[in-house]
Design a protein around this ligand. Structure first.
Ligand SMILES: Nc1nc2c(ncn2[C@@H]2O[C@H](COP(=O)(O)OP(=O)(O)OP(=O)(O)O)[C@@H](O)[C@H]2O)c(=O)[nH]1
Ligand SMILES: [Mg+2]
Length: 644
């Protein structure tokens, strides 16, 4: 458990941490000279039992109370689980007591205790008055019903009770679930003699082990974990909810470029963002100051960055506002991260909230679809948001983007997705299963209408079907839909034409009569059937009529068009495909051989020009590829023809 202090300057935070842990956290010369904290202080207290077990150690983050160092306070409280809000009994509730509490509330903290300090300085009447002030302060906040301790660090009264309470609370608090990719909010970076670069911070998700490869975000520098300390003791594994000190190394690592505010993350999470959408809770009184593009300081994790605030919608009912932050520079931010927003001068807290979508689109930020997606993200998180997939991402949501939102990878992601109403398409992209089926139905409906209107046509090519959808689906995604319908037996393809499986091109009676005379001539010609003009002459018919019937026969799958002049029966083409496969694979030698016109001609004994036309036909089918004068097999020609 990580415990943070909070409260007004000089109310005794650092003194209390020292009384509890024995560690003096004000270590800077300036802090000692001025008698106040400036930077964050860290201390650890073993719970008892094995000290080497990081789970048995309480971590303390001591923050400064001075309002000028509020940005340090914000960097410190981003990763705490439990807060000690200190109120000195002589001073009572002061401005930073209120401001710190507001910040903790905005960060969504759930647990803590109020500590009334300097009891040695006041009488019972004063203590009662301050208790009443505290009652009013915490009403309606997460600290409303929390335990209170009155104590003195001067004479030690009450300190033991508090320590016992914290140890008991920590023992009763289950460890955080450390799932997903690792994330650590860096709050310090230093160089240790003989060790190298060390970063410290609170792990927000996942686990880290010696040898792991991680990335600095933003920056993108890859590093390797040399060793680590968890809660100040050497450890093999660090996990979410623990303070870690990690010794990192990397060929491109420059100590000067590692800063508080950066994250150390698993590779798949290293996607910095300069704008994100979030659920904004405003502090009372800030509403009137709100305007589009308001300059603000954004505090997220240990980061502090300038940006502009744009309200997107709301508030509606009890729901917070939806807003976008456009930052001056990219930072590491993920769905679910808490943040605090202060005014441009860094003097006032404006509000705070939770990141909903860290990879928002540039355009259409306020469309009803977009707002519905954000509302779903706010209410049910990354999984529930998928219910809005159809409208928010009609062209698919990149799988990796959703995985970053959910911080869900590997088998866990596969299992979770399998249980959800989504379809994975090439990209990989996620589609709403219902919308996916509806698009399939739309395609089937369009084809049914086409068949009814044009019974003599084989069907429609994929490109035409896709452009009719008026959606920006890629050819690959649309093809996946068609293939799925085909596997399900709902769709078939002849040549390039997609059609309903039961659809047959019907030749008119006149066409059928002519085809019945053409077919035997093609069959007799076998691997060298007559040209169109020769057929017309032999049958004493118009050449255009012969060509029209041949084209129609191609649509029904009864013939193949090899060139403008030459049509083959399927049996002959299949025979050629077998021959080319055998020759191209090098026969017994089993080594790819070039298919030159001469070699093929020698094998099948037909004219050179015809062989050239056939090889070009197989090129077009995708079975062979021309390189110089030769053609090389690149796919199985027999399989390709069967598939077509
Ligand atoms: N009499 C009395 N003095 C105390 C007690 N606790 C702290 N002090 C004194 O109060 C002064 C401020 O204490 P700190 O612990 O530095 O206060 P802080 O809250 O850490 O202050 P910042 O970090 O600067 O916000 C010091 O001089 C302490 O000795 C107490 O219980 N009784
Ligand atoms: Mg202090």
């Amino acid at each position: 458990m990580i415990i943070g202090t909070a409260g007004h300057i000089d109310h005794g935070k650092s003194t209390l941490v020292q009384a509890l842990t024995g560690v003096a956290t004000d270590r800077l010369k300036e802090e000692q000279a001025r008698g106040m904290s400036i930077e964050l202080g860290y201390a650890y207290l073993p719970i008892g039992g094995a000290v080497a077990d990081p789970g048995a150690i309480l971590g303390f983050v001591d923050v400064p109370g001075h309002e000028r160092f509020l940005h340090h306070m914000l960097a410190g409280v981003g990763g705490i689980d439990f807060v000690l809000l200190l109120v000195a009994l002589d001073d009572g509730v002061m401005p930073q007591t209120r401001e710190h509490l507001q910040i903790l509330q905005l960060l969504g903290l759930q647990a803590g205790a109020v500590i009334l300090t300097k009891r040695d300085r006041v009488d019972a009447a004063r203590e009662a008055a301050v208790r009443a002030e505290v009652d009013a302060l915490v009403r309606g906040t997460f600290l409303q019903d929390c335990p209170r301790f009155a104590l003195s660090c001067r004479n030690g009264e009450g300190v033991e009770e508090l320590r016992a309470f914290l140890l008991a609370t920590a023992s009763a608090t289950p460890a955080k679930v450390a799932r997903g990719g690792f994330r650590l909010a860096i709050d310090r970076c230093f160089t240790l003699q003989g060790v190298g670069t060390v970063v410290t911070g609170t792990a927000h998700a996942g686990q880290v082990r010696t040898g792991d490869r991680l990335v600095l975000c933003p920056g993108g520098t890859p590093v390797r974990v040399r060793s680590l300390h968890v809660h100040n003791v050497p450890a093999a594994v660090g996990a979410a909810g623990q303070r870690c000190a990690i010794n990192i190394a990397g060929a491109h690592l420059d100590r000067q470029q590692v800063q508080r505010g950066q994250w150390l993350v698993a590779e798949e999470l290293a996607v910095p963002t300069a704008d994100f959408d979030f659920a904004l809770s405003l502090l009372t009184g800030e509403e009137v100051r709100l305007r589009d593009g308001l300059p603000v300081h954004v505090h997220l994790g240990a980061e502090n960055v300038l940006g502009r605030l744009h309200v997107l919608e709301g508030p509606t009912g009890t729901e917070p506002r939806l807003a976008r932050l456009t930052l001056d520079r990219p930072i590491g931010a993920l769905h679910g991260d808490r943040l605090v927003v202060r005014d441009g001068a860094g003097a006032r807290t404006v509000g705070g909230g939770r990141v909903l979508d860290a990879e928002p689109p540039r355009r259409g930020r306020r469309t009803p679809e977009r707002l519905a997606w954000l509302r779903a993200c706010a209410q049910g998180g990354s999984t529930a948001a998928l219910a809005q997939l159809a409208t928010a991402f009609p062209d698919g949501l990149p799988l990796a983007q959703w995985q970053r939102m959910a911080n869900l990878w590997g088998d866990t992601a596969v299992q979770q997705l399998a249980a959800l109403p989504v379809v994975q398409a090439p990209g990989p992209l996620l589609f709403c299963a219902t919308a996916w089926r509806a698009t399939g139905d739309e395609v089937l409906g369009r084809l049914a209408a086409h068949h009814a209107a044009h019974p003599g046509e084989a069907g429609l090519p994929a490109t035409e079907l896709r452009s009719a959808l008026r959606r920006r689906w890629s050819a690959a995604v649309f093809d996946a839909l068609l293939q799925q319908l085909r596997s399900a037996g709902q769709l078939a393809r002849t040549g390039a034409a997609w059609h309903l499986p039961e659809h047959r091109v019907r030749l008119s009676q006149a066409e059928q009569r002519l085809w019945a005379r053409i077919e035997p001539l093609l069959a007799a010609g076998r691997l060298a059937p007559p040209r169109v003009d020769q057929l017309a002459r032999q049958l004493a018919t118009d050449e255009a009529a012969v060509r029209a019937v041949l084209d129609r026969a191609c649509q029904t799958g009864s013939a193949w068009r090899v060139s403008d002049e030459r049509y083959y029966l399927p049996a002959a083409i299949t025979e050629l495909a077998h021959t080319l496969r055998r020759l191209g694979r090098g026969g017994e030698a089993a080594q790819l051989q070039p298919l030159t016109a001469a070699a093929v001609r020698d094998e099948i004994g037909i004219g050179r020009n015809l062989v050239v036309a056939l090889l070009e036909f197989f090129d077009r089918c995708g079975a062979t590829r021309r390189v110089g004068d030769a053609h090389w097999l690149c796919n199985d020609p027999v399989a390709i023809l069967e598939d077509a």
